[in-house]
Design a protein. Structure first.
Ligand code: ZN
Length: 291
């Protein structure tokens, strides 16, 4: 019986791995090196532990403990390195038991600082030429201050909320990203093709925050992928267009998900949900890469 179960589990793992098969050859794709995206590193950027999942799944899972993964995505493009999301602050790594939010709902963990993960890949923060964050919550902009050499891409309304007089009203902690105030910034009002070749496109997906955005990446072998940001925290929320209670705007959240479902139908993209630990268990992590 056990061997049958194991065989089935193996089969399922193979089946579900199929859309996520990647080549990790160290030489990459020399033939395609002159343009577009060459590879992407999915970096473990910490975890958020909660004692009540129901805040993300209204009406369900009251009092249920849950672990959300947290990722940063380093994209190698012919024009330079781009970082999407900067994870939980490296400062949290100094606290082995994690750091609990003032409301007691979430404990953030950062087992390995982002700076260390980048070093293992062979990239220094100053090498990053382009940086964008899905939004300005602390688990996405925790290490933003490392990337002052990069051009920042932000929706204008998110920028105004983050750098305006009252960022705390949006749940933003300015200390996380204060140094980017002096950065070169491209303020967006909608979608934006970062490199002008269609390979990396910022998609405006407001709702979780006022200027939330997601990222479309066209990988050379894996094909198109949409990086969710916090448009949805779980695959099941994405499938059901279910909105957490803490979102900035519930209607916008639903509309953004509907628009991205249509976009995915059009492009054939996979959606990779940043915080869904189970889905991410099937995606190779840095220092391996996807291409
Ligand atoms: Zn988040």
């Amino acid at each position: 019986m056990t061997s049958i179960k194991n065989a089935r589990r193996f089969l399922l793992s193979i089946l579900f791995a199929v859309p996520l098969l990647f080549s990790c050859a160290p030489m990459g794709n020399p033939g395609g090196a002159s343009s577009g995206v060459q590879r992407m590193y999915v970096i473990n950027c910490g975890e958020n532990h909660t004692n009540d999942l129901s805040r993300w799944t209204p009406g369900q899972n009251v009092g249920r403990a849950w672990v959300f993964s947290d990722h940063c995505y380093l994209i190698q493009h012919a024009k330079g390195w781009m970082l999407w999301d900067t994870g939980i602050s490296d400062l949290v790594a100094a606290s082995p038991k994690g750091v609990t939010n003032p409301n007691g709902l979430i404990t953030a963990h950062m087992p390995k600082p982002l700076a260390v993960s980048l070093k293992e890949i062979g990239v220094a923060p100053a090498d990053i030429k382009y940086v964008a964050m899905s939004h300005t919550h602390s688990d996405h902009c925790g290490n933003a201050n490392l990337f002052t050499a990069a051009t920042l891409y932000m929706q204008e309304n998110e920028y105004n909320a983050a750098f305006g007089p009252e960022p705390q009203k949006s749940g933003f902690v300015v200390a996380n990203y204060e140094r980017l105030r002096a950065s070169t910034v491209v303020k967006l009002n909608g979608d934006h093709d970062v490199f002008g070749d269609g390979s990396v496109v910022i998609k405006s997906t407001p709702g979780h925050t006022i200027g939330h955005q997601s990222l479309f990446v066209r990988l050379p072998k894996t094909g198109p992928v949409l990086l969710s940001g916090d448009m949805a925290h779980l695959v099941v929320n994405w499938d059901q267009a279910r909105v957490p209670t803490m979102n900035f705007n519930q209607d916008q959240s639903v509309k953004s998900m509907q628009a991205m479902h249509a976009f995915i139908a059009q492009t054939g993209a996979q959606i990779w949900i940043n915080h869904d630990k189970e889905q991410n268990s099937r995606i190779p992590k840095a220092p391996a890469y996807v291409d």
